[in-house]
Ligand binder design. Sequence first.
Ligand SMILES: Nc1ncnc2c1ncn2[C@@H]1O[C@H](COP(=O)(O)OP(=O)(O)OP(=O)(O)O)[C@@H](O)[C@H]1O
Length: 301
Amino acid sequence: MSILATRNLTKRYGKSRGVSDINLQVEEGEIFGFIGPNGAGKSTTIRMLMQLAYPTSGEIMLFGSKVEGEMPELRKRIGYLPSEINLYKDMTGRQLLEWAARAHGLELSRTDAAAYAELLQYDMDKTVKSYSLGNRKKLGIILSLLHRPKLLILDEPTSGLDPLVQHAFFDLLKQLNAEGMTVFFSTHVLNEVEKVCDRVAIIREGSIIRTSRIDEISGGSKRTYAVQFTEPGDRTEAYGLWELDPDVRYEAGVHTFTSRRSIHDTLQAISRYDIRDITIQKPTLEELFMDYYRKDRGDGK
Ligand SMILES: Nc1ncnc2c1ncn2[C@@H]1O[C@H](COP(=O)(O)OP(=O)(O)OP(=O)(O)O)[C@@H](O)[C@H]1O
């Protein structure tokens, strides 16, 4: 069953864009990444999912029910981290967590808050006004998890977190997911998405340009070759390497180029010349996403 789905979800802000015809389908048990550059429309979409903004048109389904008007009983089953969190500045994190736990009918000491705080290296006894962005994020993450929601919706959860904490956070997401939580999160940081997401939707300028399983996003035969020829010096011209890649570079004895031909054909083209050393690299997920953005603008390679 789709735990979260949208049909042609559209939001216009006066004459400006917002988002258009967003179609999402997140299945129960998935970790789903919502990826796009600044201003692409991630927060707008998420705010509509959370009933914090009204769609101009289109539909939202949560837990199989169509969202119409205020539906607090649906929201209770969701954990939500907004992209910007405003918290009472004179309270400590613990006081806020106690208050939020009570709102869910829980005792803070009976939740996993302390374990989450330890994992995220978060000191809940400091007052909120002393917090860095990272600490606000950590508190926001723990607040979103207190009631063990079935569905977790996180808007840019990793901004402000240092790499070690990001790592711990993604481990926590994987653990919660293994225990049955479905996770939908937005980001413009791509490297961790590869490790944690089952599927991603890529949004750009208000529209989804691709939805795909992570392992199906591949550059086909695109590879980057770093070749050291036995003959010294820049051999770009002599060996006609620009035929493989007009942007071929020569630096410190190494020719670097990207070819979309098959590995066999590429090697055949250069193996006429004596090769001292070669490395062949698959494109990173980040490079592939950059390709998608460029392709959409019509200047993809
Ligand atoms: N309240 C608003 N009034 C007018 N335009 C808005 C409003 N909120 C967002 N927009 C516009 O809608 C578009 C999508 O913005 P949104 O904040 O959803 O993007 P985002 O993908 O979350 O970006 P970021 O990564 O920077 O947070 C942008 O063009 C933005 O300027």
